[in-house]
Design a protein. Structure first.
Length: 168
């Protein structure tokens, strides 16, 4: 299975981290600029939407241009299920609240959790498992051919099974 071109770009950023203290990672600051949120000048503001949007904009795909993770619920084409490379939006704290998290779907782990590459997952870009019950939406770029969807076609990506809990 070939991965969408934007997912390959996202995977190249694994290991990108916040810089503790007064310094700020210039790459994260650049993602804020790419999504037209250049007024944000730090890497402590929750930056998962900056990562997703920065990757999309870098690849010539207009993102939601919002700092809000949940902005991706209403972005692009809504998919009826998971697909490799889909932008997946999760709730944080409460399904009815405003807090969220967003990343790119890489696959599933051996326990059936979604494996997602995202920014600000433990203050870095990495791949972590997420429970499917937290999903709010799967989205796909508007002008790109729609993918095959379904849990059964997702590749298995090994994980330690510890679900992501640090995304703020």
């Amino acid at each position: 299975m070939t991965r969408p071109f934007w997912l390959n770009t996202a995977l190249n950023y694994r290991g990108t981290q916040e810089i503790p203290g007064r310094e700020h990672n210039p790459l994260i600051l650049d993602w804020w600029k790419k999504i037209k949120q250049g007024g944000i000048k730090d890497d402590e503001t929750a930056w998962c939407a900056a990562f997703v949007g920065g990757v999309l904009e870098e690849r010539g795909i207009r993102c939601s241009r919002s700092a809000a993770a949940r902005s991706y619920q209403n972005w692009g084409v809504r998919l009826d299920g998971p697909a490799v490379g889909a932008i997946v939006t999760f709730w944080r704290d409460s399904p009815q609240g405003w807090k969220g998290h967003v990343g790119f779907l890489v696959g599933k782990d051996q326990m059936g959790n979604l494996m997602v590459i995202g920014g600000n997952q433990g203050n870095e870009v990495n791949i972590k498992p997420f429970a499917t019950k937290r999903v709010l939406a799967y989205s796909w770029p508007q002008s790109i051919d729609l993918p095959q969807i379904g849990m059964d076609i997702l590749p298995v990506v090994q994980s330690d099974g510890r679900l992501s809990t640090n995304e703020a």
